[in-house]
Design a protein around this ligand. Structure first.
Ligand code: AMP
Length: 547
């Protein structure tokens, strides 16, 4: 017997319609690329998102066609979130921190048809447009009178011109809630970047979960600042949850330095903020010497990389701000766990509470997790046994876009597929996950991935290099920085500086290794695979020159 409830698909456009009806005067504040502050309401957002949908119709874009963005957090980007996905197209948030060659590869793989970009990223678009044959329309996210001439980019239109002529009447279409809504590429351990393809259903369920009290606890009383970029896993779902709860939204645009973020927090009464540790380091680094205080901030969610204990302490002890440590990944939309205490912990001594807060937290309903040994056997939740973290749930990838990388799931004895996260962790008796290591071969610097394979491939392209292995080394500001261990070819010579210079132009500047370590040999496993764990062990006393 089926239940007798209304069958209504979960669609992203419903969030917008709801906000338009129930939070119409809710404020959205954005620092623009031009430097000024822009203000409007959810009602204005809804009007302009409908214009975007009509403008896309006028371009004859089909259902599921990809519309790419290269953009900061701001109101126009939010309009694209809703206008693109709501009308049935797929929003593809490109990461502007990548090297132009990587952007080209990804845009071609996604077969993007339209590219909307902030003026900051004009040089990237100029460098890539001729190599992206699927992109027919280039839209500059600027006022009509700010559109530069002679850019060399064909069919370049200003966003305001593009939507200016479009009608604001639009009926959001109804379709299968499992239809794709947005996509985000992540640099994989092996091979090329792979895309997580989110659906309307997965994004809506994730938005519900993100707002829960033991997750981000978002409400209509909050003023929310997502510093985490909208180009990185949908800014952790905040652009969706915000419309559900009707909080004030504050977008930092391109100004992510400590001073700008602090000033925006104060002027807009921000109560809740989200970002990677590096951003908060810059914020605290600005506040401490100047003796500044927060007047409204009460909590911040920090994730994307392990949050250093000193940062949790500084926020709590010096500023009275609760830090919520979070863990997740692109393939998980991204939220998996969040660290909040349970009722029974409230009477614990401060240092014992602190030991819990440092962990990555408890699973959110919707995320099943387990840790397994090398044979796939589940390990106990005792806070000691550590193993590979596997996850499953309705907002976790089943496979990558275009089937890239084959079937990623690991089947359990009941034939149920679990996604291997590439993280290694313990889980304690209360279900708190603590990441201890990473089995995947990538480096995370300032919250952004660096593919060790790309770094190695460039090194071995140098005529004097026989073999190269790239590993991440702890760094106080960036969490990790890459270094490359190199075996020289017999009789060949290359210096550290020559090799570093060899990287120039071949990868994004911030992805260039900080150092080269010349070694006699790189440890290899039985199958000839480089044993990075052993190499890390060999280099355990190594200190970065610039840290
Ligand atoms: P991304 O797909 O870029 O969001 O990166 C996800 C990966 O970042 C995870 O698989 C972890 O390796 C790492 N990560 C995310 N959050 C944390 C955290 N709180 N502590 C440690 N590592 C984290």
């Amino acid at each position: 017997m089926l239940g007798l409830m209304q069958d209504q698909p979960l669609l992203i456009s419903q969030l917008l319609e709801f906000a338009d009806r129930h939070h119409r005067d809710g404020e959205i504040v954005s620092r623009r690329v031009e430097g000024d502050i822009h203000r409007y309401t959810y009602k204005d957002l809804a009007v302009r998102a409908r214009k975007v949908a009509n403008a896309l119709d006028a371009m004859k874009l089909q259902f599921s066609d990809r519309v790419a963005t290269l953009a900061w957090n701001g109101y126009r980007h939010l309009e694209l979130y809703y206008g693109v996905s709501g009308s049935g197209r797929v929003l593809h948030t490109l990461n502007p921190r990548l090297h132009p060659d990587q952007v080209v590869w990804i845009a071609n793989h996604a077969e993007d048809q339209v590219l909307c970009f902030d003026m900051t990223f004009l040089p990237i678009v100029q460098a890539v447009h001729a190599r992206c044959p699927t992109i027919k329309h280039f839209i500059a996210l600027c006022d009509a009178d700010k559109l530069p001439q002679d850019t060399g980019i064909p069919n370049l239109t200003s966003y305001e011109d593009w939507i200016g002529g479009a009608s604001s009447d639009y009926v959001w279409p109804r379709f299968d809630e499992n239809s794709a809504s947005s996509m985000c590429y992540t640099s994989g351990t092996t091979g090329n970047p792979k895309a997580a393809l989110y659906s309307h259903r997965s994004s809506t369920l994730h938005a519900y979960a993100a707002a829960l009290p033991d997750v981000m606890c978002l409400s209509a009383r909050d003023s929310v600042l997502p510093v985490v970029p909208m180009f990185h896993v949908n800014a952790w779902g905040i652009p969706y949850s915000a419309l559900m709860v009707g909080c004030k939204l504050v977008f930092p645009g391109p100004a992510l330095d400590g001073k700008s973020v602090y000033e925006l927090m104060e002027s807009e009464g921000v109560t809740f903020a989200a970002g990677v540790p590096t951003v908060w380091q810059m914020l605290l680094g600005h506040m401490k010497p100047a003796g500044l205080r927060f007047s409204s901030l009460t909590r911040t969610v920090i994730g994307g990389s392990a949050c250093p204990p000193a940062m949790i302490n500084a926020f709590r002890d010096d500023y009275g701000v609760d830090v919520l440590h979070a863990w997740g990944m692109t393939e998980m939309s991204p939220l998996g766990t969040l660290c909040t205490l349970k009722n029974k912990h409230l009477t614990l001594r401060e240092d014992l509470q602190m030991a819990i807060r440092l962990k990555q937290g408890r699973a959110i309903f919707g995320v099943d997790m387990k840790i397994v040994d090398e044979n796939g056997q589940e390990l106990p939740w005792d806070g000691k046994a550590f193993g590979d973290v596997l996850v499953k749930g309705p907002w976790i990838v089943a496979s990558y876009f275009k089937g890239e990388g084959g079937d990623p799931l690991v089947k359990d004895s009941n034939g149920i597929g679990w996604f291997p996260t590439g993280d290694v962790a313990t889980i304690d008796e209360d279900g708190y996950l603590q990441i201890t290591d990473r089995s995947k071969d990538v480096i995370k610097s300032g919250g952004e991935w660096i593919s060790s394979i790309d770094i190695e491939n460039i090194a071995v392209a140098h005529p004097a290099v026989a073999m190269a292995a790239c590993i991440g080394v702890k760094h106080p500001k960036w969490d990790e920085r890459p270094i490359v261990a190199v075996v020289k070819k017999p009789g060949a010579e290359v210096t550290r500086d020559e090799l570093i210079a060899f990287y120039e132009g071949k990868t994004a500047k911030w992805q260039i290794p900080d150092d080269v370590v010349f070694v006699e040999a790189i440890p290899l496993g039985a199958t000839g695979k480089m044993l990075k764990t052993k190499l890390r062990e060999q280099l355990k006393d190594y200190k970065l020159p610039n840290a």
